[in-house]
Design a protein around this ligand. Structure first.
Ligand SMILES: NC(=O)c1ccc[n+]([C@@H]2O[C@H](COP(=O)([O-])OP(=O)(O)OC[C@H]3O[C@@H](n4cnc5c(N)ncnc54)[C@H](O)[C@@H]3O)[C@@H](O)[C@H]2O)c1
Length: 254
C-alpha cells in the first residue's frame, strides 16, 4: 500500500483504460493523483468512480502546450510538487495503407502521440527539477518496436516516442529525472475494439481471435497488468532505471 507514498502523479489520457487503472492503483499505493483527459464529463465520471480523497481531475488536451503547463501547475498547486508524469494519452487513428492514409489523421496522431508527450516532458521537467528529481513514463506500444501494416501513422508515432524518451532520459539524468517507456501488446479495452473493427469491419470478435494468436501467451493484456508496470517505473524500486524500453506483450516481440 505504500510503494508510492507521498508521491504526486499526473496522468494524461487518465480516463481511458490504462490511465484510469493506473490512477486507481497509484492511489492504492499511497500516491496523490491528478488525472487529465480531453473531456470534462469523462474526468468527472472517472473521479466519481474511483472516489478517493487524493484524486483530482483537470482537462488537458496534450496537443496544447498551455494545457500541459496548466496540468503540471495544477498538480503542484494541489499537492505541492510533481514526482511522476505518466505520458499516456494516445490515439490509434484509422486502419488504412500508407498509400491511402489521410494527412489530417496522420497529423492528429503525431500531435497527440509525439508532440503531446514532448509538451508533457517540457513542463513536467520544470516542476521535477525544483523537487530534485522524478520519473516520467511514456506509454508507447509494441507498435513502437516492430512494423504493423495499415496502422503506419500509429506505428511511426510510437517508434518516435523512443527517440524522445532516450533524449529526455539523457537530459533528465543530471536533474535526477528518470524517463522510460512501456510497450504494451494489445490491451483489452476501447482502443483495441476500435482497431479490431478497423481491421475487420463488423467482425471485431474474429479479428480479436487473430490478434490473440500472434501473442505467445494467447491473450490480450489487461489494463491492470499495464498499470502494474507503470507502478514499478513510478516507484523508487526502479531508481537506477532510465532510458529503457519495457515490452509488456505476452512474448509478442520475443
Ligand atoms: N489499448 C491497447 O491495445 C494499447 C496497446 C499499446 C499501447 N497503447 C497505448 O496506451 C495508451 C493509453 O491508451 P488506452 O489503451 O488506455 O486506450 P484509451 O483509448 O482507453 O485511452 C486513451 C486516452 O487518451 C485520451 N486522449 C486522446 N486524445 C487526447 C488528447 N489530445 N489529449 C489528452 N488525452 C487524449 C482519450 O480520451 C483516452 O481517454 C495510449 O498511448 C495507447 O496508444 C494501447
Amino acid at each position: 500500500m505504500t510503494r508510492l507514498r507521498d508521491k504526486v502523479v499526473a496522468i494524461t489520457g487518465g480516463t481511458g483504460g490504462i490511465g484510469k487503472a493506473a490512477a486507481d492503483l497509484f492511489l492504492q499505493q499511497g500516491a496523490k493523483v491528478i488525472i487529465s483527459d480531453i473531456n470534462q464529463d469523462d474526468i468527472d465520471g472517472a473521479v466519481n468512480d474511483i472516489n478517493h480523497p487524493n484524486l483530482k481531475g483537470i482537462v488537458c488536451d496534450v496537443t496544447k502546450e498551455a494545457d500541459n503547463q496548466r496540468l503540471v501547475e495544477f498538480a503542484v498547486e494541489s499537492f505541492g510538487k510533481l514526482d511522476v508524469f505518466f505520458a499516456n494519452a494516445g490515439v490509434e487513428g484509422i486502419v488504412k495503407p500508407l498509400t491511402e492514409y489521410p494527412e489530417d489523421t496522420w497529423d492528429l496522431i503525431f500531435n497527440v502521440n509525439v508532440k503531446g508527450v514532448w509538451f508533457g516532458i517540457k513542463h513536467a521537467f520544470k516542476a521535477m527539477e525544483k523537487s530534485k528529481g522524478g520519473s516520467v513514463i511514456i506509454t508507447s506500444s509494441v507498435a513502437g518496436l516492430q512494423g504493423t501494416p495499415n496502422v503506419g501513422a500509429y506505428t511511426t508515432s510510437k517508434h518516435a516516442t523512443i527517440g524522445l524518451m532516450r533524449s529526455a532520459a539523457l537530459e533528465g539524468a543530471p536533474l535526477g529525472i528518470r524517463v522510460n517507456s512501456i510497450h504494451p501488446s494489445p490491451v483489452d479495452n476501447r482502443m483495441m475494439r476500435s482497431l479490431e473493427d478497423g481491421f475487420a469491419p463488423g467482425q471485431g470478435a474474429e479479428a480479436k481471435k487473430g490478434f490473440e494468436q500472434m501473442i505467445p501467451l494467447k491473450r490480450y493484456a489487461t489494463n491492470e497488468e499495464v498499470a502494474n508496470l507503470a507502478l514499478f517505473l513510478a516507484s523508487d524500486e526502479s531508481s537506477f532505471i532510465t532510458g529503457a524500453i519495457y515490452p509488456i506483450d505476452g512474448g509478442m516481440t520475443a
